[in-house]
Design a protein around this ligand. Structure first.
Ligand SMILES: [Zn+2]
Length: 532
């Protein structure tokens, strides 16, 4: 046997399959695991003693929005420091490609943040992946194609059903993206333009992803009063398009809906019993986060973000939007959550509002909360975020404990310095994986450590169709994390979110150290993964 590049000795290896850990050694050569067992007699270029620590496969973030932030944060700081070695992006119906020149401005205008270097010079998915890959990356990235992006490319922000030709265009763009290496299709059915599609349209488009052996990731049409209908719709897409379904960030939003996660899980169990491949992901927090404009009725976005700002500047348009927002008849997200449970984040012009609740912001300006929303949207040109405190702890535990649920942060690769510094993003971007391991596995015992790790490794790898990642075995890629199970914990909070977790000691991506002794090495061994 030839010399190993690296030998990791003495760790408790939790291999990602869900089985209990065992003390053994792991040998790495180039980018692969080449030996597992007693390696005390083997020679290695370098050795790492990990006695008393857990060695696990690198974590896979099944639900990420790093497509944008990685352009300016190639070191993937807040994710790699959690032990994440692969991120799945293109979620919630929105990916940066494919692009049609005709509707390029609509797509770019919809992005909450367009970092430097992200010039939208690409058209096809392949062009995009090549541009994205050219700067180097700390971790691996798998891409989904957003249905909203396809719809914008085919028909802009038109609030109607697609014509036969437009539908065919969406399908052919998706088929081409699948050939270029996309892993599947995502929807964002609460967001315009996705919210303007019906189930038949999603099924019709999804066929192209099914043909490419991809899966369907759904930010569903409702996560509150209509949660169960929405789960049923997602499952219907899987059944009719004959493809696996991934229910994104499973939750029951709004106090009247607390407890419904159990019913949603029952629907998932029933679908699985029927033979359908339905799984879900969740993040370990009782607050969600989205863009402030999501609180507006979806018709306010007709024609795109500029058109929305035009309506807010017009007294008639503004009144109609106000009525929808304060009406107790429809499903007003703002009323459901409550002004005091809405935190404003990600501001650039209105720093006075950063990290403050909407009722306080309104009070400080001596206006009604609904007017504070309008003012913020206009001042920030539509680009401002919210954190919504609207979920139930018991629901969260139920989701995390369920065998069909894996971990996905719904966050991005951020950093305490650079463009995101000074904002108060949702702490999930910094704490998701250590929080599951520390708070929910070790402290609350919601899930055992081997199962928690399986939900971050083997289970998402299976969903993605990545046989060489997500488990520790001979032949697998050497994406690895060494952590201290007694100490691992998240420290990022809603008030102070830009804080790295503790207890994550070493992280290797494709056989190279990116985190060594808790510090970033600057190494960029990540790859753009292509599903072929
Ligand atoms: Zn989403």
């Amino acid at each position: 046997m030839s010399v190993l590049d690296l030998k990791i000795d003495g760790a408790t290896v939790v291999d990602g399959t869900g089985t209990a850990g065992a003390r053994t050694d792991v040998g790495v050569r180039d980018d692969r695991i080449v030996a597992v067992g007693d390696l005390s007699r083997e020679h290695a270029g370098r050795s790492l003693n990990a006695s008393g620590k857990v060695l696990a496969p690198g974590f896979i973030d099944m639900h990420s929005h790093s497509d944008w932030r990685l352009w300016e944060n190639r070191r993937a700081e807040s994710k790699i420091r959690q032990g994440v070695t692969t991120e799945v992006v293109g979620n919630c119906g929105f990916s940066p490609a494919p692009v049609s020149p005709e509707f390029l401005d609509d797509l770019r205008g919809f992005a909450l943040h367009v970092p430097a270097g992200m010039d939208f010079g690409w058209r096809t998915f392949d062009d995009y992946l090549s541009a994205f890959d050219s700067g180097g990356l700390a971790l691996n990235v798998a891409h989904l194609v957003g249905h909203g992006t396809l719809r914008i490319a085919a028909m802009g922000f038109a609030r109607r059903a697609p014509t036969t030709g437009e539908l065919a265009r969406m399908r052919s763009l998706l088929a081409a993206a699948m050939d270029d290496g996309a892993f599947g299709l995502s929807t964002g059915l609460i967001y315009a333009p996705g919210s303007w599609s019906d189930t038949a349209e999603i099924v019709e488009v999804a066929h192209a992803a099914a043909r490419g052996r991809g899966f369907y990731a759904s930010h569903m049409r409702g996560e509150g009063a209509t949660l169960l209908q929405a789960v049923t719709e997602a499952i219907t897409v899987g059944r009719e398009a004959n493809m696996p379904v991934q229910i994104s960030h499973l939750k029951a939003a709004g106090r009247p809906n607390w407890g419904k996660v159990a019913d949603a899980l029952a629907l998932i169990d029933a679908a699985r019993a029927e033979g359908l491949d339905v799984l879900a992901d969740a993040y370990p927090y009782i607050a969600s986060s989205t863009s402030l404009r999501t609180l507006l009725p979806d018709w306010a976005l007709e024609g795109g973000v500029e058109a929305m700002l035009g309506r807010l500047n017009d007294s008639g348009g503004r009144e109609r939007i106000r009525e929808a927002l304060v009406s107790t008849r429809g499903e007003s997200m703002a009323l459901r959550v409550g002004w005091e449970n809405i935190m404003i984040v990600g501001t650039t012009a209105r720093r006075d509002a950063e990290g403050r609740r909407l009722d306080e912001v309104a009070k400080a300006r001596k206006i009604e909360p609904v007017d504070a929303i309008f003012e913020l949207l206009l001042d920030e040109r539509g680009r401002v975020g919210v954190i919504l405190f609207q979920m139930d702890e018991a629901d969260l535990r139920r989701a995390l404990a369920h065998p069909a649920v894996m971990v996905g942060s719904d966050g991005s690769s951020l950093a305490p310095t650079g463009p995101t510094a000074g904002t108060k993003p949702h702490p999930r971007s910094y704490g998701t994986f250590p929080r599951v391991l520390g708070e929910y596995a070790r402290e609350q015992r919601t899930v055992s450590l081997p199962h928690a790790i399986h939900k971050m490794t083997g289970l998402p790898a299976r969903r993605l169709g990545l046989p060489d990642r997500g488990t520790i075995r001979v032949g697998a890629r050497a994406d690895l994390v060494v952590f201290d199970a007694r100490r691992v914990t998240d420290v990022a909070t809603f008030e102070d979110p830009h804080r790295y977790p503790v207890g994550i000691e070493h992280v290797l991506v494709n056989g190279r150290f990116v985190i060594k002794d808790g510090e970033h090495t600057g190494s960029l061994p990540g790859r753009v993964l292509r599903h072929l």
